[in-house]
Design a protein. Structure first.
Length: 124
């Protein structure tokens, strides 16, 4: 039964385009751009242009796959509401800070995990 909505979502190019736009507005492109640059650092100077072109195609494919994932969880109307939010001033602020907040949150989580490990060790 869950395959039917997924297939219908995939057949709606407007839904896909809106979902990709939503993903780009959330700041996902910053992380993708950083990955392309970091991984591309090993590419020789004479191959940089070819790498950049193929990497851009790869990123487009990633957006399409991620859109399909989101389209399984959200309706087109919900994506449209998210687009409205991320196009608002508050949404733009959220998107601009999202990557930094995730990184800080991961750091806090790692530190907390070490604290929790010390607590558990007291009770061995």
């Amino acid at each position: 039964m869950t395959m039917i909505p997924f297939v219908k979502a995939q057949e709606n190019p407007e839904f896909t385009a809106d979902t990709v736009e939503f993903l780009k507005l959330t700041g996902a492109s910053v992380g993708f751009d950083q990955a392309v640059m970091q991984i591309g650092a090993i590419v020789s100077a004479e191959n940089k242009e070819a790498y950049a072109k193929e990497a851009a195609t790869s990123v487009d494919g990633l957006y399409t796959k991620m859109a399909a994932m989101y389209m399984e969880e959200f309706t087109h109307d919900e994506i449209k509401e998210l687009l409205k939010f991320y196009n608002s001033d508050l949404g733009k602020k959220m998107a601009s800070k999202q990557m930094m907040l995730v990184q800080k949150g991961m750091s806090l989580g790692q530190n907390w995990g070490m604290e929790l490990q010390q607590i558990a060790q007291k009770y061995q």
